[in-house]
Design a protein around this ligand. Structure first.
Ligand SMILES: Nc1ncnc2c1ncn2[C@@H]1O[C@H](COP(=O)(O)OP(=O)(O)O)[C@@H](O)[C@H]1O
Ligand code: SF4
Ligand SMILES: [Mg+2]
Length: 332
């Protein structure tokens, strides 16, 4: 159970649009360890979904330009062709999305959809497919009978469970969950997050949990990577990040969690003065500089991702020291 299941190095992604080039993702460095739930958190629009879709070859190749490396089982996913990726997607790395409507067909029964996910990769009899689909539904906390229902007959939370059953049906090593609880009820959210934790334990699954909600990370993730304007700005064990964020943006995100309400149900939108940079002409230096209360002369140059020790990394010229309380420019 040691080692990393996925290592992403310098991932960048530009979109070629009629209005110009959108520099959506500029520098993603990420490593997901075997058996961990790794959070990827940041404001809406910072590039979380684009990054994960780029990894699995799900972006329109004609209008996007992807660079970097993504090592999975000794191979760089970004160099694989569609046929090779198809053998990995859904089988060894699977993905669930915010919106069950986009992943489940309205026209087919839930059980059938799980069976089809397995039939794509395994040569199994119809009877065995049906048996496995029933077992998977039970594993995600539904009754076997749900197999006979159409998605519209199921609640949002139940649809989400069917999607999870589908995603784990081929026993993948890595599950990428993109805002899996954003569209569902607060109480159901906590249940779905608990289900992810249970599955991780029972199936030795690694999970990349993408969310804009830091409270979800606090509740669920072992480690977390914080993303801002297309860059990972800090990676750390979740508890360390909450207690001692090194990057000023991480600190600002954490300060937005309402005190005493760090449950998964809260939905804190960051209230940090200012706006993220325009993606058409990103700044040369640190993208957070216009909003940063620690910015200094060095910040005109893009800060490199730096190893701070103890499994912590931050891309900041003036990281907040570990004792953490100094609020401002102690470098001047
Ligand atoms: N096909 C596309 N063409 C142009 N810009 C895009 C495209 N897809 C995403 N973007 C832009 O990339 C940025 C990152 O988007 P996304 O990864 O979806 O953010 P989020 O962090 O909310 O998941 C956004 O500003 C979005 O507008
Ligand atoms: S590099 Fe400078 S501007 Fe960027 S977060 Fe660090 S202190 Fe702030
Ligand atoms: Mg998204």
């Amino acid at each position: 159970m040691i080692g990393e299941v996925l290592t992403v190095k310098d991932l960048s992604c530009d979109f070629l649009t009629l209005e110009g080039i959108v520099y959506a993702v500029g520098g993603v460095n990420l490593s997901i360890r075997r058996g961990e739930i790794h959070g990827l958190v940041g404001e809406s629009g910072c590039g979380k979904s684009v990054s994960s879709r780029a990894l699995l070859g799900l972006l329109d190749k004609k209008h996007s330009r992807i660079r970097g490396h993504a090592w999975f089982d000794g191979r760089d996913l970004l160099t694989l062709d569609e046929r090779e990726l198809r053998a990995i997607r859904g089988r060894r790395i699977s993905m669930i999305f915010q919106d069950p409507q986009n992943s489940l067909s309205p026209l087919e029964r839930a059980g059938k959809q799980i069976e089809e996910a397995m039939a794509n990769h395994f040569d199994l009899s119809r009877k065995e497919l049906r048996r496995r689909a029933g077992a998977l539904l039970e594993r995600v906390g539904l009754h076997r009978e749900a197999a006979r229902q159409y998605p519209f007959e199921l609640s949002g939370g139940m649809q989400q469970r069917v999607m999870i059953a589908q995603a784990i049906s081929c026993a993948p090593e890595l599950l990428i969950a993109d805002e899996p609880t954003t569209a569902i009820d607060v109480t159901i959210q906590a249940q779905v997050l608990n289900l992810l934790k249970t599955l991780r334990r029972e199936l030795s699954l690694s999970v990349l949990l993408i969310t804009h909600n830091f409270a979800v990370v606090a509740e669920t993730c072992d480690r977390v990577s914080v993303m801002y304007a297309g860059h990972i700005v800090e990676t750390a064990p979740t508890r360390d990040l909450i207690q001692n964020a090194a990057h000023p943006y991480s600190k600002a995100l954490i300060d937005c969690i309402p005190r005493g309400r760090a449950g998964a149900g809260t939905n804190p939108l960051p209230v940090i003065p200012g706006f993220p940079p325009r993606l058409y002409d990103p700044p040369a230096g640190c993208p957070f500089a216009p909003r940063c209360n620690r910015a200094g002369p060095a910040c005109r140059v893009l800060p490199p991702n730096t190893d701070l020790g103890n499994g912590r990394y931050a891309a900041c010229h003036y990281p907040i020291p570990a004792d953490g309380v100094s609020p401002g420019r102690d470098h001047e």
